[in-house]
Design a protein around this ligand. Structure first.
Ligand SMILES: [Zn+2]
Length: 322
């Protein structure tokens, strides 16, 4: 390149291959200056534009990341809360199962007591009842906070499942035992209330005992099949036990008399009454007022002649009466 004749123009020589002529291009001087400036400006603006674009992209990415982070945090918080809730539910359930087992143990003990009562007083022997279950229990609340680990909660959950299984088994057993225990209790109650043990008069003064004695009318030796209890005419006479009236009649020797049939083949006889207050076929309760004391039949004065029969044999009433 060299200076041309005109000061505002420049000549560019373009050298091509050896056998080709040199080419001259004339350009104005401002153009030569403008081209690099324009190029520079273009590159600068391109860089600025790229910078802005990348900043925007980074900002967007940052926003997205922040959002995702927030979402993750929310999910983690939710999960933690859910785990906390589950843990506290497991702990609550575990407490409930222990409480339930304690209560069932008490029910079991009551059932055992009832069973013992029946075995002691009932006519039938022991049953095939299993011994009551037992377990550790810890009462009271308080103490320092000690965090539990997931494994412990897992173990607690397993323990609670076992507890509920045990409760279910106990319920099965109670369900199985209670009806037969109740049945036996009813039999026992019937047997107890049907055993002549209630003293039949207000007075407890005996004038003649059970056994051999001198007959008050003939003066000869005779067998006295019951006891004589003195009293006033009109005094109440009570049924010695629950049962069914099988006789409510009058007889020359017995006077007005009542016979009550009790369970286990026992009967109680009441003689020389002044008034009968029940009828044949009536069911009577133990201690029920059934008649009034009197002096009817073969009697020397107001008294109750009381007998207990076991089958067809007369037995000493004093071995039954309280
Ligand atoms: Zn007598």
């Amino acid at each position: 390149m060299r200076s041309a004749s005109l000061p505002h123009r420049m000549t560019l020589l373009v050298l091509r291959e050896a056998n080709q002529p040199v080419k001259q291009i004339q350009v104005s001087k401002p153009f030569v200056i403008a081209v690099p400036i324009v190029a520079l400006l273009s590159i600068s603006s391109l860089i600025v534009s790229l910078q802005i674009q990348s900043e925007n992209t980074i900002a967007r990415l940052e926003d997205t990341l922040r959002l995702q982070n927030l979402k993750f945090e929310a999910v983690v918080t939710d999960k933690n809360e859910a785990i906390d809730r589950l843990q506290s539910q497991v702990i609550t359930l575990s407490g409930q199962s222990k409480e339930l087992m304690n209560r069932m143990e008490r029910v079991n003990e009551l059932e055992a007591e009832l069973q013992n009562f029946i075995d002691k007083y009932g006519s039938q022997g022991g049953s095939g009842r299993l011994s009551s279950l037992s377990w550790d229990e810890s009462l009271g609340k308080g103490g320092e906070f000690i965090a539990v680990h997931d494994q412990e909660i897992g173990e607690l959950a397993q323990e609670t499942r076992d507890d509920f299984l045990a409760i279910s088994e106990m319920l099965d057993e109670i369900e199985k035992n209670v009806p037969s225990t109740l049945q036996k209790a009813k039999q026992t109650e019937y047997s107890i209330s049907g055993t002549p043990s209630e003293w039949p008069t207000l007075s407890t003064r005996l004038t003649s005992n059970f056994g051999y004695r001198t007959d008050p009318f003939t003066g000869k030796a005779a067998f006295h099949a019951g006891i004589d209890i003195s009293g006033k005419v009109g005094d109440p006479i009570y049924a010695a036990a629950a049962g069914k009236v099988i006789a409510a009649e009058n007889n020359r020797s017995r006077g007005k008399y009542i016979i009550i049939q009790h369970p286990n083949g026992l009967q109680s006889w009441y003689m020389h009454l002044s008034e009968i207050q029940v009828s044949e076929g009536d069911a009577v309760r133990k201690g029920e007022n059934i008649a009034k004391l009197g002096n009817t039949g073969r009697s020397t004065g107001p008294h109750l002649h009381f007998e207990i029969a076991k089958g067809d044999k007369k037995v000493n009433p004093l071995s039954y009466l309280q």
